[in-house]
Design a protein around this ligand. Structure first.
Ligand code: PMP
Length: 368
């Protein structure tokens, strides 16, 4: 029997849609999903094995439902690096920041409610909105891909969304959003409804500027979301977290599945936190490589968007998909995010970046 999705009684809003689908191709140089190119250091691998072995002895039991030890460790990391003291009561963790965002939308969005993002931005915000029955509003961005504040304020006043996403540094464009802009959006969002403002800081460790974590002080409707997938080099771990007023942490617990964070995940994340200093040294190296990519691409004559992240948006091309394919033909996978004229490359190891630069050097003639 040849049955497809179309034959199933799926929700109307899912009909004809595609899942998130960054290609996972087996090519020599993969610079398409903003991962950290460095494998975890061996002493950390050993420590993970140790912690997981100990945890395995108790896998007959459910894990700590509230992940208190892990949240305490994450709070200590944020306090040390985020410019603002936070406690365990301010922090919540889930399986990747995608799940954090899903829990936020289940709590503050949902049927009859809406969320806004300023696009192009992280496509999963809109996809998770759809998955949680939240209406999605595509807000505007300026020609240079920064947030056009008057236009954004106008969109908030007009649509009165329940959730406002601000991604800083933004993905796929790379540029950080100044604190004043986020504060102005927060004020606009409070005047319109009031609504929750989610500041997605997945890439903040790579930024030239500071985290917006201190903004949670006195602003219970502001949430900062983070991940161990990028700076910590642990995308495979699936560990995201948020910092906010303790009331937000209480609220997301209304929708989280019981025992959502496995004991193995908690043990692994705790091991990674013990090695924060070593892991963050790679961040410095990746920032240097990111800056090198920006400089070399510009020297080749490409347009490059300012980057505070571990990736770089470059262009412009008459047909970016053709260029994407030509780079792939040279063994380098970059990302076509569907932003007309632009592509995105993740900063890899120096050798990977050299391979990428060699590939694009031959393509300058395609610049539109
Ligand atoms: N936010 C942004 C802006 C991202 O780019 C990503 C991953 N590409 C995520 C959140 C989700 O990351 P994870 O679920 O791995 O924490």
């Amino acid at each position: 029997m040849n049955v497809t999705i179309d034959d199933l009684p799926v929700r109307d809003e899912l009909r004809g849609k595609s899942p998130y689908g960054a290609p996972q191709l087996d090519v020599p140089v993969r610079l398409n999903t903003n991962e950290n190119p460095y494998p975890l250091p061996e002493p950390l691998v050993e420590r993970i094995a140790e912690r997981v072995r100990e945890t395995a002895r108790h896998l007959n039991r459910y894990p700590d439902r509230d992940a208190v030890e892990l949240r305490t460790g994450l709070a200590a990391y944020l306090t040390k690096t985020g410019g603002h003291p936070v406690g365990v009561e301010n922090v919540w963790a889930a399986n990747g920041s995608n799940e954090v965002i899903q829990q936020l939308l289940q709590t503050f969005g949902g049927p009859g409610r809406t969320a806004i993002g300023f696009e192009p931005s992280y496509s999963m915000h809109g996809l998770i909105a759809r998955g949680t029955g939240t209406g999605w509003i595509s807000g505007p961005r300026g020609g240079d891909f920064t947030i056009d504040l008057p236009a954004a304020e106008k969109a908030i006043a007009e649509h009165r969304p329940d959730v406002v996403f601000v991604t800083t540094p933004n993905n796929p464009t790379g540029t950080a959003v100044p604190a004043e802009t986020v504060l102005a959006l927060y004020e606009a969002a409070q005047a319109a409804r009031p609504s929750m403002v989610v500041v997605d800081e997945a890439y903040i460790e790579f930024s030239h500027g500071e985290s917006l974590l201190p903004l949670i002080e006195g602003r219970p409707n502001l949430v900062v979301s983070r991940t161990m997938s990028k700076a910590f080099g642990a995308a495979g771990l699936r560990l995201g977290y948020l910092a906010a007023h303790p009331a937000v942490v209480d609220a997301v617990q209304l929708v989280r599945l019981p025992y959502h964070l496995s004991a193995v995940t908690q043990a692994t994340a705790l091991a990674a936190l013990e090695h924060t200093d070593t892991l963050l040294k790679y961040v410095e190296q990746l920032k240097r490589e990111r800056d090198r990519l920006v400089a070399e691409l510009r020297a080749l004559g490409y347009d490059v968007t300012e980057s505070d992240a571990n990736f770089v948006q470059f262009g412009t091309f008459a047909d970016s998909h053709v260029v994407w394919q030509k780079i792939l033909d040279r063994g380098v996978l970059v990302r076509d995010n569907g932003v007309p004229g632009w592509l995105r490359v993740t900063a890899g190891t120096p050798a990977e970046n050299d391979a990428f630069l060699d590939a694009v050097r031959e393509l300058v003639s395609y610049v539109g």
